[in-house]
Write a protein that binds this ligand. Structure first.
Ligand code: SN0
Length: 316
């Protein structure tokens, strides 16, 4: 694997998933293959799970890790080509990414969507600049449009819990006080299609995702109908793609509570976290037996390790 920015970088999805499963049985089994190599994790935005799980994964392979919260601890970066840099930004990404590439063997980058300008976000300016200038294999730690490490962990979690070959997977929109990116739901839909899951997406009108991501999925605007018979319920808020970044109001009834799940097939409930309790998902679900969110987050280590191992040339 040369980079990990989207599902398109994966040659054989099943093979990568099986590698993650194998790693989970003995995470330190190949603790020498990254020896002498350094992973640089560059964060433009906050992170808990991605930051910790990717470091753990690298250490399980014997790698050194450098973490930089570039907005707080680095120079303010300029991304525009040809910019006259006489204002806030002290350093252009051309130099910054190239220097990081000189120090590190693999780079991971987190750069969220700004949610102001759709075409700018969907052009993946920051991710593409790092890809172009770092000269090293690049891993997305959530970009403006996708979060593939999350999705690989999600696919692993579903594979572990699925009782039937093709479970009914429902991704439901849920309320949130802030505008959140579409990266997680975009990627989830992309990977669910890759793994040929029976995917139903339910959201209020106006919260359609970009059509390139939902192709092949069923869209159901009635949440109760969508949840009927669900084996997995993937809960996520996202802001509007058409009315770019809009949050919407008066949609509190979309919160996923135990009552909402009554007609599901004892659905396992997933969320990428962080989750706002009693806004997105009720306590009765998060603290109940149907929630698998902690296990899902635990699987982030094995997903990241499968990706690192593949980039190091020891995957398949
Ligand atoms: C991010 C998102 O893309 O939705 C990261 C998820 C892995 N989530 C948030 O930014 C939540 C922020 C909040 O205020 O709840």
């Amino acid at each position: 694997m040369k980079q990990f920015l989207s599902a398109a970088d994966v040659e054989q999805a099943e093979v990568l998933l099986n590698l993650a499963r194998e790693i989970k049985t003995d995470p330190r089994a190949r603790r020498w293959i990254g020896r002498g190599k350094t992973l640089g994790l560059i964060f433009m935005n906050p992170s808990l799970r991605t930051r910790m799980s990717t470091q753990l994964a690298a250490r399980n392979l014997g790698m050194e890790v450098i973490v930089l919260n570039v907005n707080e601890d680095g120079w303010k970066l300029e991304f525009e080509d040809g910019a006259v840099m006489n204002a806030g930004a002290a350093e252009h990404v051309r130099e910054a990414a190239a220097v990081m590439g000189a120090y590190c063997d693999i780079i991971g980058l987190r750069a969220f969507a700004g949610l102001k300008d759709r075409s700018q976000d969907y052009a993946e300016q920051m991710l593409n600049a790092f890809r172009q200038y770092c000269g090293r294999p690049l891993i997305s730690l959530e970009s403006a449009v996708r979060h593939p490490l999350q999705s690989l962990a999600d696919m692993l979690t579903i594979a572990e819990h699925a009782a039937v070959a093709r479970p009914k997977v429902v991704m439901t929109w849920a309320p949130h006080p802030r505008a959140l990116p579409q990266a997680v739901p975009n990627s989830f839909a992309e990977w669910a299609r890759l793994f040929k899951h029976d995917l139903v997406i339910t959201h209020p009108k106006g919260f359609e995702l970009a059509p390139e991501f939902t192709e092949g999925a069923r869209i159901e605007h009635n949440q109760d109908v969508a949840l009927e018979g669900a084996d997995f319920v993937y809960v996520k808020n996202w802001s509007s793609w058409s009315d770019y970044g809009a949050v919407g109001g008066g949609l509190d009834s979309w919160q996923v509570t135990a009552d909402k799940l009554r007609n599901s097939n004892k659905a396992k409930v997933m969320h990428c976290l962080p989750v706002r309790r009693n806004v997105v998902i009720g306590d009765d679900v998060l603290d109940g037996p149907q929630s698998i969110v902690i296990e899902q987050a635990g699987n982030r280590v094995f997903a990241a390790q499968a990706v690192l191992q593949s980039i190091l040339g020891e995957g398949r």
